[in-house]
Write a protein that binds this ligand. Structure first.
Ligand SMILES: [Zn+2]
Ligand SMILES: [Zn+2]
Length: 148
């Protein structure tokens, strides 16, 4: 029985990684223009290449826009649709309610940790991983491509 919960939590984390990857691809594809436009505020305005990828404090890119806990609608919309699809599939396959709850809570917590805590920390000058794992400067070098 306990193994079921372990598989559900691990499955939820893997699911979140895959879904997060493809939502990010969607946001860069310009297939749904307003989603991409909102996401590009983060890449091209707030953390624009010439200005560097790190700052003393994390600069939110949802300032003045609808958001929940710093997450913009460009992420929340697709996530809401995927959650609805998940509940539909879980119902169709007869997944027990308690496992559905564990799956969704684990998926959202993992997403909050990786795409929230870790992502935001990566944009800080004091990023612990940069200091401890020798990746300092990796994302803050001049992005001008070298001629080849
Ligand atoms: Zn992006
Ligand atoms: Zn970022």
């Amino acid at each position: 029985m306990a193994l079921k919960f372990v598989f559900t939590v691990v499955g939820a984390c893997v699911f979140t990684e895959i879904v997060g990857y493809f939502i990010h691809i969607l946001l860069h594809s310009n297939k749904i223009e307003f989603l991409s436009k909102n996401h590009m505020i983060h890449h091209l305005k707030v953390y624009q290449p010439k200005r560097g990828m790190r700052s003393a404090d994390y600069l939110v890119s949802t300032y003045g826009r609808a958001q929940v806990d710093g997450v913009g609608l460009e992420w929340l919309g697709p996530i809401a649709l995927i959650l609805a699809a998940f509940f539909g599939a879980a119902y169709a396959f007869g997944m027990p309610l308690v496992l559905q709850a564990v799956f969704v809570v684990a998926a959202l917590l993992w997403g909050r940790f990786i795409f929230g805590v870790m992502h935001d920390a990566m944009h800080l000058e004091s990023f612990w991983m940069a200091k401890n794992l020798g990746v300092a400067g990796r994302y803050s070098i001049d992005p001008t491509p070298t001629p080849s």
